[in-house]
Design a protein around this ligand. Structure first.
Ligand code: B12
Length: 361
């Protein structure tokens, strides 16, 4: 039984390599070296901020609060960051992306090279009891408010804002491997998606690149769940998953596909914007146990599509069968559904329902 993410690293957690040094950048990479060389006496705060994907204000506030500015800085002169400074700040970004609170990350960054990892270094991040962790920030500036979620979730939010694809992949892979699909979706991916969606809505469409990259990272991580070619046990009927015509939101369906795959339930995921006629044909051709139609928004939730699907049948005359039909996603709220169509409200409920779908009608 996968544990909840909030239990991550709690009692009984699988041992993680406690003494391993942070897997952060070991030295400034070639691109930074080039940049530094080109600028002669180090790079400016602005150039460093662009390189790291954080704002210049963040770099300055890290210096002010935690003392991790450039080693050589004369008052009255612009700050110039040399390779060791860049290296330290890259590590700072890496650690905060993993969920380490900035104060602790800064302590690790200030450690002399070769010193033993400080308590609270990445391997121990999630082992900190929840009550010892600082309260999540409110989400001003470049942060995303993710609520009382765990360190992995805060790390994912930070990585998303920084467009740090490798960090996002690492965090999602850790979540999936340790906690399974349902907890990773409900407690890691979905809170960050909601936070990005909220930022997008209040910022006049900014953060759209964050939303797209995050969506792709989550989609790819979910696709990796299970074997490349999941077996379809003979006699076990499949579950068809499709997004309504015009509907581009498919991540919840990808999560459902991954969760069912994890449980050995055969799935066919048709993806975004599936025309009703095509999905109906697929039902007739494959004779599934159940069909789930996702609508994220009211505009794509057309009960006529469900009505058409509910007439799809297969089998011998006299013994015709129909699939159990489910309407999933917030788009269906308040809609009158055709008779026999059931609602799915959450990933965990959907998984429970589809493990034993209602009798084919
Ligand atoms: C990722 C995303 C995208 C991605 C989708 C990528 C993909 N591969 O799916 C892209 C960039 C393509 C996109 C496009 C658009 N998006 Co968009 N998007 C989102 C975002 C951030 C997450 C969507 C998601 O996966 N939600 C699922 C989870 C994370 O959301 P949730 O609220 O917790 O889910 C609830 C239920 O759905 C349920 N649930 C959750 N998971 C599961 C799983 C199962 C199996 C079940 C049964 C239930 C269930 O539980 C929750 C509690 O009710 C949302 C923000 C949001 N809050 O959802 C906006 C959001 C849905 N998008 C929005 C908009 C406006 C758009 C665009 C019109 C923007 C544009 N101008 O281009 C287009 C529309 C495209 C289209 N025609 O469909 C609005 C919708 C507003 C509305 N009420 O209709 C939102 C809410 C953003 C906002 N704050 O305004 N989007």
């Amino acid at each position: 039984m996968p544990r909840r993410l909030s239990q991550h690293g709690g009692p009984g957690a699988p041992a993680r390599p406690a003494a391993a040094p942070p897997a952060g950048p070991a030295s400034p990479d070639a691109a930074v070296q080039d940049l530094v060389a080109a600028e002669g006496a180090g790079i400016s705060t602005g150039a460093l901020a662009r390189r790291l994907g954080v704002s210049p204000t963040t770099i300055r506030s890290w210096e002010r609060r935690y003392g991790i500015g450039p080693e050589r800085h004369s008052p009255g002169h612009h700050r110039r960051y040399l390779p060791p400074d860049v290296e330290r700040l890259e590590l700072m970004c890496h650690l905060t992306a993993q969920g380490l609170p900035p104060a602790e990350a800064a302590r690790v960054c200030r450690r002399p090279p070769g010193a033993a990892p400080a308590a609270g270094a990445p391997a121990a991040v999630d082992a900190a009891p929840a009550e010892d962790r600082p309260a999540p920030r409110s989400g001003g500036g470049h942060t995303l408010p993710v609520g009382p979620a765990g360190a992995l979730c805060r790390g994912l939010a930070r990585a998303a804002v920084r467009l740090d694809d490798p960090a996002m992949h690492e965090l999602l892979a850790t979540g999936l491997a340790t906690h399974g699909v349902v907890a990773t979706w409900e407690e890691l991916a979905a809170p960050v998606l909601r936070a990005v969606g909220a930022k997008w809505a209040v910022s006049g469409g900014r953060y759209v690149e964050v939303e797209h990259l995050l969506s792709c990272a989550i989609g790819r991580a979910l696709q990796r769940v299970g074997p490349d070619t999941p077996p379809e046990p003979p006699g076990r009927r499949t579950v068809l998953l499709a997004a309504a015509p015009e509907e581009m939101h498919v991540l919840p369906l990808q999560a459902l596909a991954a969760a069912l795959t994890e449980r050995g339930i055969p799935v066919r995921l048709f993806g975004a914007g599936v025309p009703t006629v095509g999905l109906t044909a697929a039902v007739v051709r494959t004779g599934p146990a159940a069909v789930v139609l996702w609508s994220q928004s009211r505009t794509s939730a057309d009960p006529r599509g469900l009505a058409a699907l509910s007439t799809a049948e297969w089998g011998q005359p006299g013994a015709r069968q129909r699939a159990a039909l489910y309407a999933a996603g917030p788009g269906w709220s308040g809609r009158d559904l055709p008779p026999g169509v059931a609602r799915l409200y959450s990933l965990s409920q959907a998984v429970g329902e589809l493990e034993q779908p209602g009798p084919a009608r």
